[in-house]
Design a protein around this ligand. Sequence first.
Ligand SMILES: NC(=O)c1ccc[n+]([C@@H]2O[C@H](COP(=O)([O-])OP(=O)(O)OC[C@H]3O[C@@H](n4cnc5c(N)ncnc54)[C@H](O)[C@@H]3O)[C@@H](O)[C@H]2O)c1
Length: 333
Amino acid sequence: MLARMTNGKRFLVIGAGTMGNGYARMLASGRVPGATLAGVVDIDGTKALELANATGAPAFGDIETAVAETGAGAAYVATPDSLHRAPVEVLARLGLAILVEKPLATTVEDARAMMAAVEHAGVYAEVNYSNRWNPPFVEAMRTVDSGDIGELRSFNVCLNNPVSSPRDRLRWSGGTTPAWFLMSHCLDLALWLGRKKALTVYATGGRGELAGHGIETYDWIHAVVRYTDGADGVFESCWILPDSWPGGVEFRFKAIGTKGVIDVDTTYQNIAVTAERHRYPGTIQWAPARLQAFLRGMEGEVRTGVPFGDGLEVTRILVALHRSLESGSVEPV
Ligand SMILES: NC(=O)c1ccc[n+]([C@@H]2O[C@H](COP(=O)([O-])OP(=O)(O)OC[C@H]3O[C@@H](n4cnc5c(N)ncnc54)[C@H](O)[C@@H]3O)[C@@H](O)[C@H]2O)c1
């Protein structure tokens, strides 16, 4: 009922951190035709106010008040990895369309509860596995669809960050792992491009560098995923690239099919600048296209989005992966 009284193209941004800043500023700048920023919500009043001042939108401390006062009809949720469930349940109950950051949840129980909440409320909801709109992966999908590569049989993917990301930027890196934060993207790309279901996972990882900074999480995690059709994937996510790393990520993706190979490397961003220091400035942008796809999905056009079911599948793999890290054994997914 409330959904009909609200405006689906006016967005609330829940969580005024790094991602919330990016999406709120994008909405406020008019770079996503038809969508606007209705307000910003953060439990940290200072962060909410800072972002509100930067965008001209009002700041709120809770979702109920924000919806009541703005009449927003959609929300982008960018709270820490393990804190997606509560905002999603409230937003669903209030009838808003929801785009929630990855990973959908860090427990299977949370993921299922979130799926049930949006189904019960009948609201449109997607997970922000945004690399599906990253231009090289859009082309990879087109190529897979064309049949030129054949059936995908082997994935080899690494997505790594400089140590400054978990050490200096994320305040909650000790409450997550490089697998939840980074490898979730890689597992989603394999799921999407290969349309595969995981059967088992074996993972190893190491600690020490981040622990030395008081951050109790893995420095790196390696995983081997076996899919039900006999295909395999090898995944690496590392959080201790040196401070001297010239860009924001190391991202290499290779998929071998029965008829061909796809190789993606966004590490260098198509540009290297050497001045005071060597760096790869970020040039590959896709967030506006991602948000436009969400709008098209909300409006009932062809749905190219990321359903909560895919979010659940990645969460299931990651839960088994973390079990394997503890047990040292191959774990069923
Ligand atoms: N799609 C991508 O490419 C991508 C990239 C980076 C991060 N992420 C994901 O985005 C999410 C946010 O990451 P970030 O780097 O912006 O984190 P961040 O720490 O910079 O921001 C999180 C914000 O959420 C706020 N918050 C916490 N609980 C809240 C609640 N209940 N209600 C409202 N606000 C609340 C915090 O105060 C903080 O300001 C994570 O799940 C992360 O994995 C996605």
